[in-house]
Design a protein around this ligand. Sequence first.
Ligand SMILES: NC(=O)c1ccc[n+]([C@@H]2O[C@H](COP(=O)([O-])OP(=O)(O)OC[C@H]3O[C@@H](n4cnc5c(N)ncnc54)[C@H](O)[C@@H]3O)[C@@H](O)[C@H]2O)c1
Length: 350
Amino acid sequence: MPRIRVETDPTYEVVVGDDVLPECATIIDGYRKAVIVTQIGVAQNYREALGSDRWFISIGEGETAKSMETVDMLGRAFADGGLLRDDLVVAFGGGVVGDTAGLAAALFHRGVALLQIPTTLVAQVDAAIGGKTAVNLPEGKNLIGAFHQPIAVMADTSTLSTLPDREFRSGLGEVVKYGLMPEGRNILDLISARIEAIRARDEVTLTEIVVACATIKAQVVAADPEERLGLRSNLNFGHTLAHALETGGGYSFTHGEAVGVGLVFAMALAVAMHRVDATELENLRSILDGLGLPSQVEGKPDQDNLLAIMRRDKKSRGGLAFVLPSANGLELVEDPPPKALAAAFLAVGA
Ligand SMILES: NC(=O)c1ccc[n+]([C@@H]2O[C@H](COP(=O)([O-])OP(=O)(O)OC[C@H]3O[C@@H](n4cnc5c(N)ncnc54)[C@H](O)[C@@H]3O)[C@@H](O)[C@H]2O)c1
């Protein structure tokens, strides 16, 4: 099974394959006590694979479950169930479970071991790797969080077979982002060569894709484990507009769908600023289309509202900030000219 080492302190492995769950059971057996935090939709399909007599706790769905209330509930349940400092918390699910259970593990007894078993494509290629954990406040997303690296990330691509279509496609938006990074050209080749296998969720192809994306994420995380050097901002390619569409645009995009549109926006901006050739934009549109991802917003976007939200982006230093491609790779570009912005809005349907 492919194993990618994440060179943080301490180091850990991302294990990817179509039969990883049995190895998870072995890791869990190595601990005196382990609690598995999950969601009903995950547990009903895969509880048996980890052992149905284990200690499972289900949390709620979606961004509302990523809350301090859930962390409080988990902490109290951990205490009631007798979880101690040397025991294990297992996050078994998508990014919502990983972020929330991860924060509970970071805080309980000032930090207990965390095993990430991601079961969505978003979590396998991105969320479970890198140690970022967080929950939301009414005032904003991911505002309360901590860095807490897992002891391992165990990504079983066979679990992706039960993901709802839209969740699966959402993960593909992040995969395309990796493919557009300079070190991810092999991912775009893989997508072009095996688009049908990807759509059919062929486990061998998905394993190759998750390995390729996780390898990039592991490198970026190792170079800047606590996001202090700005090196992780490349992972934010396409995310400036994506976050604006998600948080205040009034659109019902999933994260990955919004990332697809955000990538088109960023690429169009780069074309308008003569940083890349127009064919790059056409290629991107055709990849997104092939994967069933949108590259435009429906209706007429409220540009002023989107611009106001984008000015509050975490990369912003007061103005607008985008990660844009060029012949030299990805770069953070601030305050692009109004004409280029107008062209980018036009490219996404404004
Ligand atoms: N920590 C990070 O670095 C990081 C990075 C990216 C995203 N995130 C976070 O991840 C979250 C999104 O995660 P997500 O896209 O995985 O969504 P999610 O966790 O909400 O999961 C989507 C849905 O799929 C269900 N599900 C999960 N696995 C399944 C399976 N194998 N079969 C059937 N159903 C399954 C879940 O129960 C849920 O209903 C966001 O909150 C985002 O902020 C965190």
